[in-house]
Ligand binder design. Sequence first.
Ligand SMILES: Cc1ncc(COP(=O)(O)O)c(C=O)c1O
Length: 373
Amino acid sequence: MLNHVSIGVRSLPAAKRFYEATLTALGVARHVKSGVDVRAAGLRGAPQPLRFYQSAEGHSCARKAVELLGFGSDAIRIVPAMGDYRMDAGALDRAIAEDVAAGMRPIAVVASAGTVNTGAIDPLDEIADVCARHNVWLHVDAAYGGPAILTDEYRAQLAPVARADSVALDPHKWMFVPVEAGFVLVRDGEAMRAAYSLVPPYIRTRGSSSAVMGLPWFSEYGFQQSRGFRALKVWMTMKQFGLAGHRAAVEQNVALARYLADRVRESRDLELVASGLSVVCFRYTVSEASEASEVSEVSEASEASDTLNAINRRLLERLQLGGEAFLSSTELGGRFVLRACIVNYLSAREDIDRMLDAVLRIGAELSRRESGV
Ligand SMILES: Cc1ncc(COP(=O)(O)O)c(C=O)c1O
């Protein structure tokens, strides 16, 4: 239903990377779960310390939202991720139980339907069970991975998104919409309205949905008052792709990521560190022959790792400044890695090949320099 949907709530012009859809959703969670009339009394009226839960791999937009909503980032308990970078639902369950026993009040869990680092999909069904058991709001960050639900491969894994109380999605990622547009869905439209609605006489109308400027006001469903027509570009892009076209583009991106991961595995100079959805994290390594001359036998493993981190950092810098290809980066288990996230429907194998050629060429140059050859 339209009034359960708020499209394009990102609008603060000075906040370029700020994820207002998350803020909007967690604002509703605050209203519903704080145990206080938060609109009137503010959080100082809350009877207990309040808690949010997110995995170590969760995106920082949740922390920004929690900070801005006045909880403070200390209110977030980081739940460990498992070896495959997915949230450990058992650890979440124990953490919530522990906090409740200590007199705290859990507000919301922020789960990921495709993490920013590695494209990992949290065990959404198990997390939804935990939330239901403890009566905690479930917010799913589907910013990047959400559209993979269109594919046969990921449909079942992402289906439990339907159990969330709120979902945020970035159309400018895997919906191919020009930057920027955010999208938030809140299950309980009345709760959303209760959290935000403020209709003073100067904008009040007779409330006929057929009348010009009749209710509901979009401003009743979020903190933005006047708003631009971001929904138009989202709508037009959806119309242009169609469901089948969108599905095909997402599938093609996933296939391309597999191709990249395979090529990385085959190369003796590259190491595949993690891969999920259309994300591939890898790094340049120093192949055995040159490694023997470069890393002395007595040197500590950590020194070798520092060297590789340094080489990959410089490699990325040169790649980005050179303009041949664009990769981003992240850190996984203390390792600096190159990160490809393929969300362009025009990307093709040739682009992957050219990018890898450039990575291998720059990597070889840097490691030769490092070893003084
Ligand atoms: C999983 C996830 N959540 C949230 C965000 C934040 O999105 P934005 O930069 O559009 O605010 C990103 C961005 O990469 C992301 O990958």
